[in-house]
Design a protein around this ligand. Structure first.
Ligand SMILES: Nc1nc2c(ncn2[C@@H]2O[C@H](COP(=O)(O)OP(=O)(O)OP(=O)(O)O)[C@@H](O)[C@H]2O)c(=O)[nH]1
Ligand SMILES: [Mg+2]
Length: 380
């Protein structure tokens, strides 16, 4: 799973990246330019899963393989409205395309010595402005694509009307500054949408980067409420609540979390208690994308390794087998499945679980559930 950390310059993206990955990249008080940092920074984090760890202590295989999140840190974007040069944005957006979700770092800390492109600290303004930049990015893309269609039509090439109609529908919304996540699409259109990798439908997690002095204060709560209310307002006529347009808001103090991420485990724990932080950002954020992206985990116990796999909700068994190996998908016969909870409830004993009939034989259309422990039977 790949998450793109992005947002306006000097919002604390690199600081948050360090907090999430435990790495120690340089943070600066001046905006980083893509010309000086053309390659984004990448950090890979294991997703801790107590269930996987429990299975590992029961089965004692050589290796335990966690699911991972890859975080990518980009230079900041600027706003056209504030008179900034937005040529960097398009380059940053090109890099973001292909990510499973955007982690949007929004500045909520105050420091007059660190210049923000939009001025005084104002998280709601930043959330709105960022959305506008995504919309403009998508609009530019749609216009180029339509131009190309126009051109090939002039050359007498056969047209794909459904593509053109979809792009025109998107263009109309984008020109009215409506983000595509707030537009309803029919099933046919939904099938076409993923190929364009539109920015304004990419799942987005908002990280409010708050000041050290503001942890646990009313001020932070207000910032958060304002953003959530804004989302509710714009979603009212569009998509029902609980759908993919939901954008979770997380608050954390990047600067402190970055320091914590560099500490040994015990020291970090004591520090967190002192500060009244329940769970470090690193762990908190690992959980969110699963919900936001509609993902689940299943487990396999092999001869050498115990492994967690990440799949989308509603994936059928045969497709899930393909995650493990393409041969397993091709030659799929059936899946032996037990839920993690049932396994634990059978005294962590597969023989007992079998006696109780809790190990089920499932066919290729079985919808894999979060926490399933699966043994795929296949033949190629
Ligand atoms: N006081 C305070 N300062 C912070 C916090 N987070 C980041 N900063 C400071 O803000 C400045 C910019 O931080 P970066 O993490 O480099 O910001 P960025 O968004 O990566 O910046 P660009 O990549 O240049 O767009 C640095 O001086 C950080 O120390 C915070 O939570 N509190
Ligand atoms: Mg940076």
């Amino acid at each position: 799973m790949k998450l793109a950390i992005t947002g306006f310059s000097n919002s604390g993206k690199t600081t948050v990246f360090n907090a999430l990955t435990g790495l120690n990249l340089e943070t600066t008080t001046y905006p980083t330019l893509i010309s000086t940092h053309p390659e984004p920074h990448t950090g890979v984090v294991k997703i801790h899963d107590k269930r996987l760890e429990r299975l590992a202590t029961i089965y004692r295989r050589k290796k335990t393989v966690y699911a991972t999140i890859e975080y990518v840190d980009f230079p900041g974007i600027t706003s056209a409205r504030s008179g900034g040069d937005t040529s960097q944005n398009i380059k940053v957006f090109d890099l973001i395309k292909g990510a499973d979700a955007i982690v949007h770092v929004v500045r909520a800390f105050e420091d007059d010595t660190i210049i923000h492109p939009l001025g005084k600290t104002d998280p709601v303004r930043d959330v709105k402005s960022f959305e506008t930049e995504l919309v403009l990015g998508d609009l530019e893309f749609v216009e180029k694509r339509l131009e190309r269609i126009e051109l090939s039509a002039k050359k007498g090439k056969k047209q794909d009307e459904s593509e053109k109609q979809l792009l025109l529908k998107c263009k109309d919304a984008l020109e009215h500054e409506i983000s595509l996540r707030n537009v309803s699409f029919c099933d046919e259109e939904k099938k076409l949408m993923p190929i364009y990798e539109f920015l304004s439908v990419t799942p987005e997690i908002i990280v409010l980067n708050i000041g050290e002095k503001d942890i646990g204060t009313e001020k932070v709560k207000n910032f958060r409420d304002e953003i959530e209310n804004y989302f509710k307002e714009i979603h009212q006529d569009a998509i029902p609540p609980g759908s993919e347009s939901d954008r979770p808001v997380i608050t954390l103090c990047g600067k402190i979390e970055m320091e914590i991420a560099q500490l040994p485990h015990d020291e970090a724990k004591a520090f967190l208690v002192d500060l009244g932080i329940d769970e470090p950002a690193m762990h908190l954020l690992c959980k969110v994308p699963y919900d936001t992206l509609g993902l689940i985990s299943f487990f396999t116990v092999g001869k050498k390794e115990i492994k967690a796999w990440t799949i989308k909700k509603n994936t059928e068994a045969q497709k899930a087998a393909g995650k493990v190996h393409s041969d397993m998908e091709r030659g799929f016969i059936r899946a032996e499945v037990i839920s993690y909870d049932n396994f634990i409830a059978s005294d962590e004993d597969m023989v007992k679980a079998r006696e109780k009939g809790l190990v089920k034989l499932e066919g290729k259309h079985y919808v894999v559930q979060d926490g399933d422990v699966i043994n795929f039977k296949f033949n190629v």
